[in-house]
Every structure is written in structure tokens, then in C-alpha cells.
Design a protein around this ligand. Structure first.
Ligand SMILES: NC(=O)c1ccc[n+]([C@@H]2O[C@H](COP(=O)([O-])OP(=O)(O)OC[C@H]3O[C@@H](n4cnc5c(N)ncnc54)[C@H](O)[C@@H]3O)[C@@H](O)[C@H]2O)c1
Length: 376
């Protein structure tokens, strides 16, 4: 039975859930974070007590099948996302899931279709879509500020793992095959590829890329000593879009610079926009614009409507961004339109591009998209 507030079950009460997701749900009066679940029951209990959540559990299967929950939020390690998302959709839940849903884009597509057929909304943890500056930029693009888009340049890079003593998560070191395995391209590439899709408003038609490993031995969470890791800790690719535009993407977690390190630039016939989401001197992000008659880029104010209504200057940027994401998701669930941005379909598109760049690197060639037709 439909409750007056949307009831949410959050699965995976680890670091990112506490840093970001929980704050988004607690802030929106239209929902109630009803239960926290973690296979480590002490983690679930501790988080529930810390955030005043009445219930906790260590059994995700039981959570996704509960009839009194409307939304499942999945914040578990990446390799579990597909199974938990699939079960949640099967049980009729709207799903927010951290990226990636699956390493194979076809699996993500299949879940997107399944959710759509059931009239359910889905959302990926594409956090950077929901920063005030990125959303303001998108509104400027949609209102015609840049005119015809020519070029997109995107980066997610920082020095988070430059020091080999900083342990990588096991999900970042899936060394399944000889040669380089995808790591920064997937973890850091996904958010900025998503923004390029969103801003350019046109599908990718071809990519060519390369990957590198600069730090060959490093520590890994939960393991002692150093380990050889045949993963890309940096990648770079160029792309062509259906609308005639071109683009480039660079990802790395061993390039000097602060977290999160996302920068997106779009150049059009009538205007250009740069958003820099890099925490520098306590400023989480800036937006700069230029036009043909005023070619010097100028920082502009982000209007208040792009921030949570109770935004407080200096608040944790992850809280702001996840609050925007949650608020947007609830608007979509409660709205009577099919609107559903940053959904599993968008996730599949991003994953397809990652898979295509990997193929391009392995075969040293341009790869055309859609990927399926390329593989046939
Ligand atoms: N969008 C972003 O900007 C962003 C940032 C950080 C992390 N992430 C993603 O968030 C996810 C979680 O990352 P994290 O750093 O919080 O990891 P974490 O290891 O700190 O937390 C994951 C938690 O999930 C629990 N867990 C594992 N399997 C489970 C299951 N089947 N059911 C219930 N609980 C289970 C673990 O016990 C752990 O407490 C990852 O996919 C990561 O890539 C996204």
C-alpha cells in the first residue's frame, strides 16, 4: 500500500553511504529512510544508531522483497550491483544504484528495459550531474547559450592514488586478463562520459583511446604488502558525436591535483562553458563562460535554485550533490511524466563507451558505436 512518504531501504552502509547518500535521504521531507542493511551487521547497527534510523538488517534479499519499501538504494561494492538491482526491480522497487550496474553494458540495458516495462524509475550514482554548477551549465546549454556544440573536453583526474601506499579497493583491481585491465577509465571515466553525453545531447559514434599504468606495484585494501597491478591508472580517448561534434576525455588517479577533479568544457558556435568541480581553497566548484564578443572566460554566480532549498554556505559538497540527486529522483518518481534522467539506460550508454575504448586500446583502432553492430 502506498505510504504518504516514500520509504527507502539502503543497502551497503559503508564509506560512501555515510559520506553522501544517507544525507540526501535524511534531508528530503518527502521520503523516510526506513532501514539500513549491510552484510556486516555491526556496520548496519552502528550507522542506524548514528543517523537515527529505526531499523537495520544484514539480509539484503529480505530488504528488497519488503512490501513497505518503495525505493532501494544500493551502495555496496560494484560487483554486487547487478544482482541486487535485478532483484529490487523484480520486486517492483524504484532503484538508485552506485555505478557501474554491470561491467557489460548489455546487462545494464536489460535491467533498464525491465524497469521501464514495470513503470519503475532508476537512477545511477552519477553524482556530478547533480552539482549546482553542472546543472546550471546544462540549463545554459539547453537555453541556447552555446548554440551549435562543437567540442567537449572532459577530465576526472586527481592524485588520490599517486602514492602506492594508498590502498586501492579490490573492485579497482579486477585483473582478469593479461595486458591492461580497465580501472581509472571505468571508475573515473563513467561520471565525465555521462556529462559529455548529457551536455552534447548527441550519441557517440566512434572512439579511439589509450590507457597506461604508471604505478605498477601498490597496496590493496585488505591485503598486506605490495602487489603487481596490471590496471590503467590513466586513460585518454577522443570521440566523435552524431551531431558532428568531437570530444576528448582524460581520466587518472595518479595525476597531481585535488579531489574530485572533474572538469567539463563545452565550446559551441555562440558560447563556451567551463565547469571545474575540484575542491581548491575551500571552493568546491566554479563555472566560467565566454562568448565570441567577450572571449576572456569570466566566473559567473550559480543561481540559488540550483542548490538545495536549505543549503548552508560551507556545507559538505557531497551532501549538497546527493541532496540534489535524491530530490531529482523523488520529483521523477512522484511526477506523472516519463522523465527519468541519469537512469540505467544512461548507465548502459556510458558502459558501452567504456567497453568501446577498451576494445580500441586492445586492437589499436577506432571503434564505432553502437558497439553491438561493431562486434557482429
Ligand atoms: N558516485 C561516486 O562519486 C562514488 C564515490 C565513492 C564510492 N562510490 C561507489 O559506492 C560503492 C560503495 O563504495 P564504498 O566506498 O562505500 O565501499 P565500502 O566498502 O566502504 O562500503 C560498502 C559496504 O557494503 C557492504 N556490503 C557488501 N556486500 C553487501 C551485500 N551484498 N549486501 C549488503 N551490504 C553489503 C560492505 O560490508 C560495506 O560496508 C562502490 O560501488 C563505489 O564505487 C561512488
Amino acid at each position: 500500500m502506498k505510504q504518504s512518504k516514500l520509504r527507502v531501504g539502503l543497502i551497503g552502509a559503508g564509506r560512501w553511504a555515510r559520506m553522501a547518500h544517507i544525507h540526501g535521504w535524511l534531508r528530503d521531507p518527502r521520503c523516510e529512510l526506513a532501514v539500513l542493511c549491510d552484510t556486516k551487521v555491526d556496520v548496519a547497527r552502528q550507522a542506524a544508531s548514528e543517523y537515527g534510523i529505526s531499523e537495520f538488517s544484514d539480509n539484503w534479499q529480505e530488504i528488497v522483497s519488503r512490501k513497505d519499501l518503495d525505493i532501494i538504494d544500493i551502495c555496496t561494492p560494484s560487483q554486487t550491483h547487478y544482482e541486487i538491482s535485478e532483484a529490487s526491480i523484480e520486486h517492483g522497487k524504484h532503484v538508485l544504484c552506485e555505478k557501474p550496474i554491470a561491467y557489460n553494458y548489455l546487462q545494464t540495458s536489460a535491467l533498464a528495459k525491465m524497469a521501464e516495462e514495470k513503470g519503475l524509475k532508476t537512477k545511477l550514482g552519477f553524482t556530478f550531474r547533480y552539482t549546482p554548477a553542472m546543472r546550471y551549465a546544462k540549463q545554459l546549454i539547453s537555453s541556447g547559450f552555446i548554440g551549435v556544440p562543437y567540442i567537449f573536453n572532459g577530465y576526472e583526474q586527481n592524485s588520490q592514488f599517486l602514492n602506492p601506499d594508498t590502498p586501492l579497493r579490490t573492485s579497482q583491481v579486477k585483473t582478469k586478463k593479461p595486458g591492461l585491465n580497465v580501472s581509472s577509465l571505468e571508475g573515473y571515466g563513467a561520471p565525465i562520459i555521462d556529462i559529455s553525453n548529457w551536455w552534447m545531447g548527441s550519441p557517440y559514434t566512434a572512439v579511439v583511446g589509450t590507457m597506461r599504468n604508471f604505478v605498477p606495484e601498490r597496496s590493496i585494501r585488505g591485503l598486506s604488502g605490495y602487489h603487481k597491478v596490471n590496471i590503467d591508472d590513466a586513460s585518454m580517448f577522443i570521440a566523435e558525436y552524431q551531431n558532428g561534434g568531437i570530444g576528448s576525455i582524460q581520466t587518472s588517479y595518479v595525476t597531481i591535483g585535488n579531489f574530485p577533479g572533474v572538469e567539463a568544457r563545452i565550446y559551441g558556435q555562440e558560447g563556451a562553458i567551463i565547469v571545474r568541480t575540484v575542491l581548491e581553497f575551500s571552493v568546491p566548484e566554479i563555472i566560467r563562460t565566454a562568448t565570441p564578443d567577450k572571449v576572456e572566460f569570466k566566473q559567473i554566480e550559480i543561481p540559488p535554485e540550483f542548490f538545495p532549498s536549505d543549503f548552508m554556505e560551507g556545507e559538505d559538497m557531497n551532501h549538497t550533490w546527493l541532496s540534489n540527486l535524491v530530490s531529482n529522483f523523488i520529483d521523477e518518481i512522484e511526477g506523472d511524466t516519463a522523465k527519468n534522467e541519469g537512469n540505467f539506460d544512461d548507465g548502459a550508454r556510458v558502459q558501452e563507451i567504456i567497453n568501446a575504448v577498451e576494445l580500441s586500446f586492445e586492437e589499436r583502432r577506432w571503434v564505432t558505436l553502437p558497439l553491438k553492430s561493431n562486434l557482429e
